[in-house]
Design a protein around this ligand. Sequence first.
Ligand SMILES: Cc1cc2nc3c(=O)[nH]c(=O)nc-3n(C[C@H](O)[C@H](O)[C@H](O)COP(=O)(O)OP(=O)(O)OC[C@H]3O[C@@H](n4cnc5c(N)ncnc54)[C@H](O)[C@@H]3O)c2cc1C
Ligand code: SF4
Ligand code: SF4
Length: 353
Amino acid sequence: MQPSLNGGQTGLIEQVIGPGLCVGCGACVGLCPYQEYKDGRIVVIDRCHAENSRCYQICPQCAGGPQKPGGIEGALSVPDGIGTCLEIHMARGTDDEITAGSQYGGMVSSLLVRSLESGVVDNVVLTTKGGGEAPAGTLARSREEILACAGSRYNAAGGLAAMNRAYGNGATRMAVVGLPCQMIALERLAKLQPDGSERSGAVELKLGLFCTWALDYRVLRDFLKSEGIDAPARKYDIPPPPAARFDVDTSQGMRHFPLDEIRPAIQKGCRICRDMTAEYADISIGAAEGYPGWNTVLVRTETGRRLFADSCAAGLVEVRPLPEANLEHLAEAARNKRRRGEEALSEIRGGQS
Ligand SMILES: Cc1cc2nc3c(=O)[nH]c(=O)nc-3n(C[C@H](O)[C@H](O)[C@H](O)COP(=O)(O)OP(=O)(O)OC[C@H]3O[C@@H](n4cnc5c(N)ncnc54)[C@H](O)[C@@H]3O)c2cc1C
Ligand code: SF4
Ligand code: SF4
């Protein structure tokens, strides 16, 4: 289905922001001056009465999502749930300087460093660590700037606002790292009227992260404060099942929380999300359960295939076959997320996607 072109900012507010379904992807920020990313959330700072607006067209939570990618020549036969794949690997970065601050195997940072240093891209849209403030999108142009953003912030951070800002400043040849909802926004970007194809043409590479849910930054911050944690997080982690734990490392030390205590901070909008493995990315990357320090890597497009092969040839990446059990488990988790999302969508919007 083509993205609906008949919604304006009013539609965005009625369908998404008003009912609390915004997931803070940042795609609607910087297309016009009316939405901003502030302290971890998207705020409407003025009303726009245009009937067709780019904010509505690009929002991954608005009706009229993109068609599922598929039909790529050479695609593997894979279990239902994980989307189109040309290659599936377990992999990790080999350069200690790159992997030291990474979340797991450092595949995202390794591929980004390679894409920048080999000239595939000139700019990389990333998410900051935030320090004492809410994490947010930023533009990196060097290895050091990429490494400064390594690791996962388990909250929405409006990262695509940085892409819009960079485009407005003339940036092209961008790589974008983002969550599945952010990859969907990029897919909708290409159809944006009036200037979607130009904006989309500025993005050369899309690296997607697996995602089950993301937290609301302000709710998380308040929870951590109530637990006596006010120093900036150095690292967050959600160890694989059956741990059911959320770990926060700060200068005050490492703290572990039962996942159930964190769940109230999950964004309401994540309930209707049906994509766990970033199906619209060139390469999708997540944890490799049971293999600490490794990533699961799904190569989805020829662009992704070229970068992955080049990074291996440059000696930046070590590869192993992903165990069959891991693939089955990932596909099952992805199908479960899709089912839960469809049920929630039915409940909230009568099934309209
Ligand atoms: C909200 C969230 C939920 C996730 N859920 C899962 C999951 O359920 N299962 C799973 O296997 N993996 C999940 N991941 C992905 C996982 O945490 C790692 O990011 C991924 O495995 C890549 O590891 P790496 O060592 O290659 O990353 P690194 O090399 O450390 O790079 C991580 C990259 O992530 C970017 N980033 C950090 N925080 C955010 C954010 N909030 N939004 C957008 N980009 C960000 C950084 O800019 C950095 O470039 C999730 C990540 C996030 C941010
Ligand atoms: S989900 Fe993204 S595009 Fe939609 S309102 Fe929220 S920040 Fe804007
Ligand atoms: S669950 Fe979906 S909507 Fe929520 S942050 Fe993850 S990808 Fe985005």
